[in-house]
Design a protein around this ligand. Structure first.
Ligand code: 6GU
Length: 224
């Protein structure tokens, strides 16, 4: 999988791909992440990328020319499955969207800034708009990192068996059950005896029961 990320602040997004699981995915060559500085496509000697909105509302708008030039150059090099615009008014990211995107080969992420991008860029190039929740960030960069992380960990060969994505919260519309490790007792608090019983059938049933109970308590909205 290849992800091309377009932004005025690519430096905000470097560290997440330089540690732990995402770094291993990149080092293994399972995924490639390429950053593109939109300002390299900016207009004039100031490399302008934003301008005032027609109609005179507050804030600045990301201009059409730098965005079209940048996206068109990328598109001339390969076929993209999706051109995704990170914006608070997009579809809210969930596990199903991450699962679907993890099966793609080439993705473009466009990080929004200021009041947003010229509407014509959306009509010309954008195939999907994604938000990471109902709150406002200063720009799409941190959202792009969240989206990339949620996708990359699902790409075959990224997680090992112990980290398997199949038992994650949300993967089966249930939150994860509680987990414990040694010591068996700490400050009078004991690990549930059933987990030491050795009866794997009973343990599995108990874990499922716990997952249902926790989901009913915390997130009844995700229960089928
Ligand atoms: Cl994708 N961008 C911004 N600026 N704010 C957000 C967001 C995206 N998702 C939630 N809030």
């Amino acid at each position: 999988m290849r992800i091309d990320i377009i932004s005025v602040l690519p430096e905000l997004m470097e560290s997440p791909f330089k540690a732990s699981i995402l770094k291993r995915a990149v080092d293994k060559g399972v995924v490639e992440v390429h950053f593109h500085q939109l300002r390299d496509f900016g207009l004039g000697k100031h490399r302008q990328v934003d301008d005032e909105p027609y109609g005179g509302s507050a804030g600045m708008v990301m201009m059409i020319e730098p965005l079209d030039h940048c996206i068109s150059e990328l598109k001339s090099q390969r076929n993209y499955d999706e051109v995704i615009y990170l914006t608070p008014d997009g579809e809210t990211l969930n596990q199903k969207i991450a699962n679907t995107l993890s099966l793609k080969n080439n993705l473009i992420f466009l990080c929004g800034h200021y009041k947003g991008i010229d509407q014509r860029v959306r009509e010309m190039h954008i195939t999907k708009e994604i938000s990471i929740g109902d709150y406002v960030l200063t720009g799409g960069e941190l959202a792009a990192c969240v989206l990339a992380d949620s996708i990359i960990r699902l790409v075959p060969g990224v997680l090992n068996d112990e980290q398997s994505a199949l038992t994650d919260s949300f993967q089966d519309n249930l939150l994860s059950p509680p987990i414990y490790t040694r010591p068996f007792e700490y400050k009078g608090m004991k690990v549930p005896e059933i987990l030491l019983s050795g009866n794997s059938r009973k343990i599995e049933d108990w874990l499922h029961e716990q997952a249902v109970k926790i989901t009913e308590e915390k997130r009844p909205d995700i229960l089928r």
